[in-house]
Design a protein around this ligand. Structure first.
Ligand SMILES: [Zn+2]
Length: 140
């Protein structure tokens, strides 16, 4: 899928440019956080990163993924809830469309406590690099 490859490219570019700026010769590990509402195939992403990092300072780096669970917050009653507690998501088709376009979530989910449609997505969106472990820094 194009999505994962584009993401892998962005991750590798970001990590290698940070390493370059810091004069790092070797990146040891990279932790990437994936929001639960993003539609990302980890296997494809990992494969893509492993292909793209060849020949870079990231070549030997281990890549770890971590999922951030989605969290919604009702703006009417302040109730907070996650994807697991949403009854409507039992239907796999609906879950699929939410993963595809996170914004669609508003069409299917309402506050399980007060039924309000006025809520925000607090967590579970986006992809970001949480940490990078490097070696080659000369601190002496
Ligand atoms: Zn509510």
């Amino acid at each position: 899928m194009v999505h994962e490859w584009a993401l892998a490219e962005a991750i590798v570019k970001t990590v290698t440019s940070i390493a370059l700026k810091k004069g790092i010769v070797r990146v040891r590990s990279v932790h990437v956080v994936l929001g639960e509402l993003q539609s990302i195939d980890r296997d494809i992403l990992k494969y893509a990163i492993n292909e793209l990092k060849k020949g870079t300072v990231m070549e030997d780096a281990e890549v770890f993924f971590e999922e951030e669970k989605a969290e919604f917050k009702c703006l009417n009653c302040n109730h907070k809830w996650g994807l697991n507690s949403v009854r409507e998501l039992v239907n796999p088709d609906i879950k699929e469309s939410i993963h595809f376009v996170p914004e669609v979530v508003h069409a299917f989910i309402k506050c399980p406590k007060c039924g309000s449609l006025d809520y925000e997505i607090v967590k579970g969106r986006g992809v970001w690099i949480k940490s990078i472990t490097m070696s080659g820094e000369d601190r002496r």
